[in-house]
Design a protein around this ligand. Structure first.
Ligand code: PAF
Length: 283
C-alpha cells in the first residue's frame, strides 16, 4: 500500500495501475475509520483494479469550528486498517495541498442541497462539493463510493458531478453498516459517553417501530411519533425528522405520493450530532 500526500504523487501512483489497464475506485473519507468505511473499501477493491482511499478532514464543510476541532483523527490506525483491507493507495494530504488558495467556488446544487442538512448546516454541502470535486479531479476515478448513512450527501455529490460534467464517474451508494444493537456506525460514536452510547441505539429502534406505525398513520403522525419518542429519552434532542421522496429529497405529505420514500433524521445525543435514515417504501 502506497501512502501519498500530494496530488502529483497521487496521480503518479494511480498511473502505474492505469498503465496496467486497471480501473480506479475512490473512497473519500475524513479518517477515523470504522467498519462502515471498510465496507466501502471492500466493495471498491472488489470492483476495481486500483483502490484509492483519501483521508482528509475537510475544513470547508464544517460550519461549526468546534466540531472541526473535535473531529477524531487516527491516521496510524486508519492506515493499518486500510493495509489489512487490501487498499492500494492512501491519499492523505495537508490542508495547504487541497487549498493552496481559498476555494471561493459556490456550487449550484439545487433543491437537494437546500432541505434538511442544507437548512441546519449552511455552507456544509458547498464545502463537501468543493473537496469531493477536487478529489475527483485529482484521482479521476471510474467509480466513487459513499455510505448511505449520509443519504442526502450522495444526492448532492451527484448534483455537483452533473454541474461540473464529472458525471462519467459512477457514484456508488453503499448500505449503512450497524452495530449489533442497531446504531449506525459513525466516527462520531466514539465521542458518546457510556450513558449516551447506551441510549443511542434507540434512534434506529424508533425508526424501525415507525415503519409499523406508518401502516395505520399519516406521514405527519409518523413524524410526530418519531420526534416525540426520541425527545422523551434522556439527553436526546431531535434536530429534524423529515419523510421525503428518496429521489428528489422533497418532503412527502402522503404515503402514495412517491414510489421511494425515506425518513431522514438528525439527533443530538448530548453534544454529539448523529444522523440516520430508514426506507419506508421502494418500488
Ligand atoms: O462523508 C464524509 O466523510 C465526507 O463528507 C467526505 C465525502 C469524505 C467529504 O469530505
Amino acid at each position: 500500500m502506497e501512502i501519498v500526500s500530494t496530488v502529483a504523487s497521487l496521480k503518479e501512483a494511480i498511473k502505474k495501475f492505469r498503465d496496467n489497464g486497471d480501473s480506479v475506485g475512490l473512497v473519500p473519507t475524513m479518517g477515523a475509520l470504522h467498519n462502515g468505511h471498510i465496507s466501502l473499501v471492500k466493495k471498491c477493491i472488489a470492483e476495481n483494479g486500483c483502490c484509492v482511499v483519501s483521508i482528509f478532514v475537510n475544513p470547508t464543510q464544517f460550519n461549526d469550528k468546534k466540531d472541526l476541532q473535535l473531529y477524531p483523527r487516527t491516521p496510524q490506525e486508519d492506515c493499518k486498517l486500510l493495509e489489512e483491507a487490501g487498499c492500494n493507495i492512501v491519499f492523505a494530504p495537508e490542508v495547504e495541498e487541497m487549498y493552496p488558495v481559498e476555494d471561493t467556488r459556490i456550487f449550484n446544487l439545487g433543491p437537494v442541497a437546500e432541505v434538511m442538512e442544507g437548512k441546519f448546516r449552511p455552507g456544509h454541502f458547498n464545502g463537501v462539493a468543493q473537496i469531493v470535486s477536487k478529489l475527483f479531479y485529482a484521482a479521476e476515478p471510474d467509480n466513487a463510493y459513499f455510505g448511505e448513512k449520509d443519504f442526502q450527501q450522495i444526492a448532492v455529490i451527484r448534483s455537483m458531478a452533473k454541474e461540473l460534467g464529472l458525471d462519467k464517474i459512477n457514484i456508488v451508494a453503499v448500505p449503512i453498516v450497524r452495530e449489533e444493537d442497531g446504531l449506525a456506525l459513525s466516527s462520531r460514536n466514539r465521542r458518546l459517553s457510556p450513558e449516551q452510547r447506551k441510549n443511542a441505539p434507540q434512534i434506529w429502534e424508533t425508526l424501525c417501530k415507525s415503519c409499523k406505525f406508518a401502516e395505520s398513520h399519516t406521514v405527519a403522525e409518523t413524524i410526530k411519533f418519531v420526534i416525540d419518542t426520541l425527545n422523551g429519552i434522556d439527553q436526546m434532542r431531535v434536530e429534524y425528522y423529515e419523510i421525503v421522496n428518496g429521489k428528489t429529497l422533497m418532503p412527502v405529505q402522503d404515503w402514495n405520493e412517491a414510489d421511494y420514500i425515506v425518513g431522514c433524521i438528525t439527533v443530538f445525543c448530548g453534544e454529539v450530532r448523529l444522523i440516520d435514515n430508514i426506507t419506508y417504501k421502494r418500488n
